[in-house]
Ligand binder design. Structure first.
Ligand SMILES: Cc1cc2nc3c(=O)[nH]c(=O)nc-3n(C[C@H](O)[C@H](O)[C@H](O)COP(=O)(O)OP(=O)(O)OC[C@H]3O[C@@H](n4cnc5c(N)ncnc54)[C@H](O)[C@@H]3O)c2cc1C
Length: 293
């Protein structure tokens, strides 16, 4: 199918785009990489009167890493740019590990980080990584700028805390604490497909080798990226070992809430989540120990 008719604007500055949003917010849709929006338009799931193309706004395309290792990423940064940037690999390795799991290189060449976060698909990897990394999302509108924790940004199925007159401008990631390991594991039918189940794990070790803080965030496990707080409660303060990881994984199985679909039952996806959790925790522990040496 083809989309219904719409007006088209391509502002060349953020200020111009914010003016348009302030005036036409309710009738307008922002176009970033178009990898999710264009199919949505073609299926007529959305019928905006106006498309506001962000692709000429160069000031939204940047990766900045400060001396402490904190990262700022502009909304129009392509997924492929993140995948290839050695500063991301060094300062936010979980994000670097996430990128190749998203779709195919052709899609990542166009798809942006802002589009992925704003689209808020519970099957998407970037929302999960942003929550696991304690990210913050910077929103701007004519009424001002505000920063929302990624954990609070995703409020429902493909629904975010952003209002119609706001634009997602930046993702901020705090510096990775010392002695931190990470892993993003998922299972899809074919590489590049949306995954049946997936988990981002992070683990920071205390000086004595116990787990100071763990983080487990799941995709396709509910309407938003799911933080398994009962499972991380099992891990925090514990001595890392396979038995502890198995107990946490079994607890996480009870927390995830996937749906049946034509390819897999919810029960099978819960099983996958448990298996992936064990594997992700083992890998994160290995990396945390390597960072300790
Ligand atoms: C075949 C295929 C397979 C895919 N597989 C995966 C996958 O495995 N995992 C995955 O995570 N994704 C997958 N995707 C989606 C892909 O990652 C998209 O790039 C991403 O979801 C949207 O990014 P985009 O830049 O293309 O945004 P667009 O499609 O342009 O926009 C998406 C939505 O975000 C809004 N938006 C965009 N930018 C902003 C902004 N700065 N502020 C506010 N709102 C904004 C738009 O208005 C729209 O509602 C796949 C896509 C395709 C076509």
């Amino acid at each position: 199918m083809k989309p219904p008719p719409f007006d088209y604007l391509a502002p060349s500055s953020l200020e111009e785009a914010l003016d348009v949003l302030a005036e036409k917010g309710g009738e307008a849709k922002l176009l970033a990489g178009g990898q999710s929006l264009v199919p949505v338009l073609n299926f007529r799931l959305a019928q905006p009167a106006l498309l506001v193309d962000l692709n000429r706004i160069a000031e939204l395309d940047y990766i900045d890493v400060d001396e402490a290792g904190a990262v700022r990423i502009g909304a129009m940064t392509r997924q492929r740019a993140l995948e290839r940037d050695p500063r991301i690999a060094a300062s936010a390795p979980l994000l670097a590990e996430t990128m190749p799991l998203i779709a195919h290189p052709q899609i990542r060449n166009r798809g942006t980080i802002g589009g992925s976060l704003a689209h808020a698909d519970p099957a998407g990897e970037l929302p999960v990584a942003a929550v696991a990394l304690d990210g913050e999302i910077v929103l701007r509108g004519r009424r001002g700028e505000r920063t929302v924790a990624a954990a609070d940004f995703f409020v429902g199925l493909m629904t975010t805390a952003m209002t119609e007159d706001e634009m997602l401008c930046e993702l901020r990631l705090p510096a990775t604490p010392k002695r931190t390991g990470w892993s993003f594991r998922e299972i899809a039918r074919r590489h590049g497909d949306y995954a049946h189940a997936g988990v981002a794990a992070r683990m920071t070790l205390a000086d004595d080798g116990t787990i100071a803080r763990a983080r487990l965030v799941y995709l396709s496990a509910g309407e938003v990226p799911l933080s398994a707080t009962a499972a991380t409660g099992v891990l925090d303060g514990g001595a890392p070992c396979e038995e502890l990881f198995a107990e946490a994984a079994s607890t996480a199985r009870g927390e995830v809430d996937p749906s049946d679909d034509i390819h897999a039952t919810a029960e099978f996806k819960k099983h996958l989540a448990e298996v992936l959790t064990r594997r992700a925790l083992a890998a994160a522990w290995e990396r945390a120990r390597a960072a300790q040496r």
